[in-house]
Design a protein around this ligand. Structure first.
Ligand code: NAD
Length: 252
């Protein structure tokens, strides 16, 4: 088992990728607290994953609000034995679509608040715990959109680029406390939500043509990368971003 008895917090843990990460962590022996907004989807995720391995619990919190993050931390300190938190995966995120000239201030604020400020707030609180206990691992969800632009997603792209530099700065400041910090940049990951949204077949076919490996990624592809970065197999990796996109952005 690659995460035996490690304690992990996963924000966005009831979502498509977050719940896949929770599943992989549990299978590898970790205890997991999933943090998300909606109590019902938290409950159904906890029920679905409760026999996968380690202990699992859920907590409803809004990562963009400092008070909510503190409540989540209080809960985590009670759920995890001796209040130890070994791994934080910041996966909560939103990406409202709009032409640049039509972005509403409220959508801009909410996107930056959840994706960037949320990553900052949870990382700041939990890194204090990690410093006291002598180390830990933080993995932040960015995107290929944090490296190259995509039309209609200015706020999202800016927030995900911010996550990469936030992560590098955290890596520099936290290395002396034995805390590693990296970000993950997925390309197009096919999720249940997208399937339910019913993307047109020609749009899907056109998109796949841009991916050298000839398919979309899956939540499990991304979960396996989170597992690697959370485990000691990546003990010398910090302050970097890893692209997982089937080769999409390596080409001209
Ligand atoms: N799906 C992709 O193709 C793709 C590609 C690159 C990056 N990502 C990133 O991966 C992450 C997960 O994406 P997904 O496709 O699984 O989407 P998803 O919508 O299934 O998951 C996101 C989760 O975050 C939660 N969330 C939103 N705001 C929150 C808040 N304020 N506090 C706590 N939780 C909150 C949502 O409720 C949801 O469960 C996001 O950060 C997204 O930007 C996704």
């Amino acid at each position: 088992m690659r995460l035996s008895n490690k304690n992990a917090i996963i924000t966005g843990g009831a979502g498509s990728i977050g719940s896949a990460v929770a599943e992989r962590f549990l299978e590898e022996g970790a205890n997991v607290l999933i943090v998300d907004l909606d109590q019902r989807s938290i409950n159904s995720t906890v029920n679905r994953l409760k026999n996968k391995g380690g202990r699992i619990d859920g907590f409803s919190a809004d990562v963009s609000k400092a008070s909510s993050v503190k409540e989540m931390l209080d809960h985590a300190m009670k759920f995890f034995e001796k209040g130890r938190i070994d791994i934080l995966a910041n996966i909560a995120g939103i990406g409202p679509f709009s032409k640049f000239t039509e972005i509403k201030e409220s959508d801009w604020d909410r996107t930056i608040d959840v994706n960037l400020k949320g990553t900052f707030l949870t990382s700041q609180e939990i890194s204090k715990v990690m410093i006291k206990q002598g180390g830990g691992v933080i993995i932040n969800m960015s995107s290929t959109n944090g490296i190259l632009a995509e039309e209609g997603l200015a706020a999202y792209n800016a927030s995900k680029a911010g996550v990469i530099l936030l992560s590098k700065t955290m890596a520099l400041e936290l290395a002396k406390y034995n805390i590693r910090v990296n970000s993950v940049c997925p390309g197009f990951i096919r999720t249940k939500l997208q399937d339910e949204a019913g993307l047109p077949k020609d749009m899907i076919d056109n998109y796949i043509k841009k991916i050298p490996l000839g398919r979309f990624g899956t939540p499990m592809d991304v979960a396996n990368l989170f597992l690697f970065l959370a485990s000691d197999e990546s003990a010398f990796i910090t302050g970097t971003e890893i692209v997982i996109d089937g080769g999409q952005i390596c080409q001209e």
